[in-house]
Design a protein. Structure first.
Length: 401
């Protein structure tokens, strides 16, 4: 048995025929007007994909090349192609050059299934927190549904120097966690630092160069800028990621004495702040302007767990809910509570009590975690490919024998 070979071009069409048929082929002919249809598809191996329309000339029970084909040779196929698309076809091969194998096509289908299952993946983000004050701080993960804290590691640099961190923010582009050290930090007061989320290892970046420090940090993903609020004035600053230098945008115009001064930006770039205490001392929820640093009062805070205290840290979750740390300023141990804040009414709702001295919050960038259906589709695809490889090897061994 010889392979199909291209032998002539008539006009814009390429024609191909086999020189010989398999041994004892089953040949059926039908007359349709002046043309004769020759069918020997039952002589082909079952695993060989079927194709449609080859022009050939019938002669003595064999299909021989002819420059002017007088017959049409049909190989049925579930996929129809125009005759202009055919190229060389080797009947001895497991697949022709004009088509992808069934394995490739079906594997692509399974990959497509897995791909379309990805939109069903759940988005996952981790809430981190740090402790501040004059004592060595630590990095924690915080359960956003209960406020429970789990230790990640102490805030220390490569020389084992300790730090306390009063503000946190993730760079949504790089995933780096930045922190602002407190004025009473054991090492590197009033500095921008980077923090390893796996260990708590601190890498100093540089001083803010301001009086006081950045009480809280937030990264605005709309303009890719790191912002901070000053602990003494409640003014909004932009911060250099490479040097830590802070530049004020202008006076905030906040009424009263700054307390807490939490800040957080949502996905649309709106920057919320809690600059002047909790609900028992006239605390307010405000929006900062990124143009001049001025504030607009949204509403007065109400319902805080520790009303004579402050909201010293803010973070916005993936659904747009504003979370905060409500600290009790009347207690030297600085007990805290994780709360949510309604961005319209200013109502503060308790989520759960948290670790003493919690002074900063930040959600990590979103990560898509595939649901079980996605993993199942991938497993099916892998199993099917292994099955096809086994079947191909078995078929090849049978043909050779």
């Amino acid at each position: 048995m010889q392979p199909f070979k291209p032998f002539s071009d008539i006009g814009h069409r390429r024609h191909a025929c086999p020189l010989d048929l398999p041994a004892k082929p089953e040949i059926r002919t039908q007359s349709r007007g002046t043309r004769e249809i020759i069918d020997f598809t039952n002589s082909l191996p079952r695993f060989l994909p079927r194709f449609q329309i080859f022009k050939c000339h019938a002669h003595g029970g064999q299909l021989n090349p002819s420059p002017l084909p007088t017959s049409i040779f049909y190989l049925p196929s579930p996929i129809l192609f125009g005759i202009d698309n055919f190229r060389e076809f080797d009947i001895n091969a497991a697949r022709p050059k004009t088509m992808k194998s069934r394995a490739t096509i079906l594997f692509a289908c399974f990959l497509g299934l897995a791909f379309f299952a990805l939109p069903n993946a759940r988005a996952q983000s981790t809430l981190y927190g740090t402790t501040g004050g004059p004592f060595p701080g630590a990095l924690y993960t915080i359960d956003p549904s209960t406020g429970a804290a789990t230790l990640v590691g102490p805030l220390v640099d490569s020389s084992a120097n300790t730090y306390s961190v009063t503000g946190l923010a993730f760079d949504s582009l790089t995933g780096i966690l930045y922190g602002s050290t407190g004025t009473a930090s054991p090492t590197g007061a009033s500095e921008l630092v980077a923090i390893n989320t796996s260990s708590g290892l601190v890498t100093p970046i540089g001083s803010f160069g301001v009086t006081g420090t950045m009480a809280d940090l937030t990264f605005n993903s709309v303009n890719n800028t790191l912002y901070g609020t000053n602990s003494l004035s409640a003014d909004l600053y932009t911060i250099s990621l490479s040097t830590g230098a802070a530049i004020t945008l202008g006076p905030s115009g906040v009424a009263g004495v700054p307390r807490g001064v939490g800040v957080a930006a949502n996905d649309s770039g709106t920057i919320y702040g809690t600059p002047n205490g909790a609900s028992g001392i006239g605390g307010q929820l405000v929006i900062y302007s990124t143009a001049d640093g001025s504030t607009t009062v949204v509403n007065s805070l109400s319902g805080a767990t520790y009303p004579v205290g402050a909201i010293n840290a803010l973070a916005v979750n993936s659904s747009g809910t504003l979370l905060g740390v409500n600290v009790d300023l009347t207690n030297p141990a600085r007990p805290t509570a994780l709360v949510s804040i309604d961005t319209t009414t200013g109502v503060v709702t308790l989520i759960g009590l948290s670790i003493d001295g919690l002074d900063a919050l930040a959600f990590s960038p979103m990560v898509a975690v595939p649901e079980a259906s996605t993993w199942a589709a991938a497993a099916l695809a892998a199993a099917y490919v292994l099955f096809l490889r086994f079947r191909r090897k078995k078929t090849t061994a049978t043909l050779q024998s």
